[in-house]
Design a binder for this molecule. Structure first.
Ligand SMILES: N[C@@H](CCC(=O)N[C@@H](CS)C(=O)NCC(=O)O)C(=O)O
Length: 311
């Protein structure tokens, strides 16, 4: 039997979504390689792999590239089913809590935390993130005002997490770990990722702090650094893995179609290719890249907009 290709996570330290993936790698005690990517565009060593997807993190396994933590965690589960991230009976609840955490909790969190730590962030970060969202680039005063305006929405929702935990449960969705734990954790981790300035926001909540301690204890698995050049070489030398059978809905483009896909919320860079896998969980495109050759780029089904490219 051949040795499975290494897990390579393209990430950077203060990325909260990368923290979600790193902690899931720790939960499963996996061994992985870490490629540090720039926190802002352009990302010249990542683009040949992803075809233009610029968000963080990205998981590479040989010539297969997995975008978005929603899919990355599923791929880790396929690689090592135990301990599970998707326990029977709690899986749907975990996914729904994760959606809330990443779509309603995290946006005000990010405005509050980033605006409160402006002096500690790379100077071009705000401009990059505004451009990524198609928004005008704000001046510092506007960023600080947005931080103040969003603080209440953060507090109201932290109190909600406390309420969840107050029935004595150990984990966010109940008695077992789900992806909901990782999604809520990375949003709250962000509060003190850069500085302890906002640590007081968690001070009134011993249950949340206890739960975060249990999460932190999973660690990050065992990782060792890899250069971007090495990761590109691995992609060049590998072939995409065989795919399972597609199972498209009636309305979907069919395997073989030329398609384009992009995130439906922000960072909407378009990736084009030939559709090679489509089912309820995942969409994958095959690209012929001038630099790294034959690559399959995978996305989760939900959160992405897929359209045929008219010939
Ligand atoms: N839905 C995506 C969101 C990823 C995301 O927004 N990541 C942030 C960093 S924490 C990002 O991409 N920022 C812009 C960048 O890194 O270029 C996921 O779950 O992976």
């Amino acid at each position: 039997m051949s040795v499975p290709a290494e897990l390579i996570l393209h990430n950077y330290d203060f990325s909260n979504y990368a923290e979600k993936a790193r902690l899931a790698l720790g939960y499963k005690r996996l061994r992985w390689r870490s490629v540090i990517i720039p926190p802002v565009a352009p990302k010249p060593d990542l683009a040949p792999l992803t075809g233009g997807y610029r968000r963080t993190p990205v998981l590479q396994v040989g010539a297969d590239i997995y975008c978005d933590t929603k899919l990355i965690l599923r791929v880790l589960e396929r690689r090592l089913p135990e301990p599970t991230l998707y326990p029977a009976k709690y899986k749907a609840l975990g996914d729904m809590i994760a959606y809330w955490a990443e779509h309603q909790l995290f946006r005000p969190m990010s405005l509050y935390v980033s605006g409160s730590n402006l002096d500690l962030l790379p100077s071009n970060l705000q401009a990059d993130r505004s451009l990524m969202r198609g928004l005008p680039v704000p001046d510092e005063e506007t960023v600080r005002r947005a931080a103040r305006r969003n603080a209440p929405a953060v507090r109201v929702q932290i109190a909600r997490v406390d309420e969840l935990l107050s029935d004595g449960r150990d984990w966010i969705a109940g008695p077992v770990v789900t992806v909901g734990d990782f999604a809520v954790y990375h949003a709250l981790w962000f509060i003190t990722a850069r500085s302890r300035r906002l640590a007081h926001e968690l001070e009134p909540y011993p249950l949340i702090r206890g739960w975060m301690e249990r999460m932190r204890a999973f660690g990050h698995g065992s990782s060792s650094p890899m250069t971007a050049a090495e990761a590109l070489d691995i992609a060049r030398g590998a072939s995409p893995a065989p795919l399972r059978e597609s199972n498209p809905f009636d309305e979907d483009p069919k395997p073989g179609a030329k398609v384009r896909i992009r995130a439906d919320d922000y960072g909407k860079d378009t990736i084009e290719g030939r559709l090679v896998l489509i089912d309820a969980e995942e969409i994958a495109l095959r690209r012929q890249d001038g630099d790294v050759g034959d690559i399959v780029v995978h996305f989760p089904r939900l959160g992405y907009d897929l359209r045929p490219v008219s010939q």
